[in-house]
Design a binder for this molecule. Structure first.
Ligand SMILES: NC(=[NH2+])NCCC[C@H](N)C(=O)O
Ligand SMILES: [Mn+2]
Ligand SMILES: [Mn+2]
Length: 298
């Protein structure tokens, strides 16, 4: 059955340490996202891009509380949230990043003050606060902020307080954590599947356990960071970590989540076309979105 899909681009790289993911939305569109989804019988409406200032125009923005470009990032996430709130309520939103800090806008938009689940598929947990962050890069902080941790200017985006409960978050593909993140994740009771669990249990068992864990929640947001993939499959990312998901593991995860029919919104983030080869990483992300949205070969 065809869905109504709403696409929104957030061409921002201010949260990342390396430049280039601001070109992600173009690369994903150029990688035929719309054609791929329409061929599955969905209708696709593109709402264009959020306006994000170029870094050269905001050089004077000082670090605040150790965070780079806090004010501009907060504004871009706020605009993303507002735009998503204007989407038709039956639409399936896909937000194109951009660095992962945009998820503060997309997840807030998905929650609309309701209790939601979040599946965060990433090499990293992005669970730093300004105190634990080794880099000050905000793309290492969005999931913590969504859970209510860190700077109030990020936590209170849109409306006051956390947007998701830590017990309703499942992380998959993790293989790079900062010291402070480990403590926070344990303390808050987030479910974490590292690559070790993927290797030992297999991705299908993890998909099943994830669906079971989040069962009963009417809305589940999937935030897909391209760097969860092995750098061999996805070279176009700014923070590559070796030993990631294979081509088939990533697809199988999407296929099984599609079978479970639980995901109601999606982010495709951290594609860096400058570091990519012939748009491979964007294309892989488009393929994964297709698998999640029902592509079947038989
Ligand atoms: N969305 C990402 N690629 N995040 C990478 C974060 C890397 C590191 N943990 C940091 O906080 O700086
Ligand atoms: Mn990430
Ligand atoms: Mn990552």
């Amino acid at each position: 059955m065809g869905r109504r899909i709403g696409v929104l681009g957030v061409p921002m790289d201010l949260g990342a340490g390396r430049r280039g993911v601001d070109m992600g939305p173009s690369a994903l569109r150029y990688g035929q996202l719309h054609e791929a989804l329409e061929s599955l019988g969905h209708s696709v409406e593109d709402y264009g891009d959020i306006d994000v200032p170029v870094v050269e125009s905001i050089r004077s923005e000082h670090r605040q509380n150790g965070m780079a470009y806090l004010e501009t990032i907060r504004k871009a996430c706020q605009d993303t949230l507002e735009q998503l709130l204007s989407f038709p309520t039956d639409a399936f939103p896909i937000v194109l990043g951009g660095d992962h800090s945009i998820a503060m806008g997309s997840v807030s938009g998905a929650s609309r003050k309701e209790r939601i689940g979040v599946i965060w598929v990433d090499a990293h947990a992005d669970f730093n606060t300004p105190e634990t962050s080794p880099s000050g890069n905000i793309h290492g902080m969005p999931l913590a902020a969504l859970c209510g941790l860190g700077d109030p200017r990020l936590v209170n985006l849109g409306w006051e307080g956390p947007k998701v409960r830590p017990e309703d978050v499942v992380l998959i593909g993790i293989r790079s954590l900062d010291k402070g993140e480990v403590g926070l994740l344990r303390e808050r009771g987030v479910t974490v599947y590292t690559m070790k669990e993927i290797d030992t249990l297999g991705i299908s068992e993890i998909a099943e356990a994830t669906a079971e864990k989040l069962q009963g929640l009417r809305k589940i947001h999937l935030s897909l960071d391209a760097d969860v993939l092995d750098p061999e499959v996805a070279p176009g990312v700014g923070t590559p970590v070796k030993g990631g998901l294979t081509y088939r593991e990533a697809h199988l995860l999407m296929e099984l989540l599609a079978d479970a029919g639980i995901v109601t919104s999606l982010d495709l983030v951290e594609v860096n076309p400058i570091l990519d080869r012939e748009n491979r990483t964007a294309q892989m992300m488009v393929e994964l979105a297709s698998s999640l949205l029902g592509k079947k070969i038989y």
